[in-house]
Design a binder for this molecule. Structure first.
Ligand code: MG
Length: 210
């Protein structure tokens, strides 16, 4: 769930009362400062899987100070844009989990390096989404197959956000919330070119040219 000042401890308490055994996580999207540490400490009693990015989007040092005061693991999201950022965060003990988003780190190369840095340090990762259509979603699914993605990701079914996706087959989730992988080559799905043409509002060409 998303939390922010005025929408945090009471909301999490009620959800925890309703779902006593369900793994829960809270994402603050940088809504707090270190001065809010006593308030964030109150969340410890709800045994959240993690609190994601409570402090500034470009901060690592304050997160380290906050993590030292919390039992709940901090998950770093916005402030980790490179594997080097993760190395620094790990050295400072700024968090115990990292959310890896392909769009945030600039692609597979950096995502894989980031994954490996975290794995070597015993920091589990999970795959966050940024409202991708099918092509991006398929890449998220591929990324999430790396071995250190041990926490549930938020890669969802195509129909969660789209009436019709631009890939075939569409991504479906099982009743357990899992996604069956395909062995198809490439990114594992076909682009629905007819529908993509139908949905296109602007075209630009890029390439090496002549
Ligand atoms: Mg987040």
């Amino acid at each position: 769930m998303k939390i922010k000042p005025g929408w945090d401890v009471d909301v999490v308490r009620r959800i925890r009362q309703r779902f006593p055994d369900t793994p829960l996580m809270a994402d603050a999207n940088s809504a707090y400062t270190l001065a809010d540490a006593p308030l964030l400490k109150q969340l410890d009693e709800f045994k959240l899987t993690m609190i994601e990015q409570p402090l500034a989007h470009d901060d690592i040092i304050d997160h380290a100070q906050l993590q030292a005061q919390l039992e709940t693991p901090i998950c770093l999201d916005e402030c980790i844009r490179t594997a080097h950022h993760a190395e620094q965060a790990i050295r400072l003990k700024a968090g115990r989990i990292v959310n890896i988003k392909l769009g945030r780190v600039g692609g597979f190369g950096e995502a894989k390096r980031l994954h490996d840095v975290c794995q070597a340090a015993g920091i589990p990762v999970w795959c966050g989404g940024m409202l991708e259509a099918g092509i991006g979603r398929a890449h998220n699914i591929a990324l999430a197959t790396l071995p250190n993605f041990t926490l549930p990701g938020d890669v969802s079914a195509s129909k969660r956000y789209w009436k019709r996706d631009i890939i075939v087959p569409e991504v479906e989730t099982t009743p357990r919330g899992t996604i069956a992988l395909t062995d198809a080559p490439g990114f594992g799905y076909e682009i629905d070119h007819d529908f993509l043409r139908h949905a296109t509002v602007r075209e630009e060409a890029a390439g090496a040219g002549q």
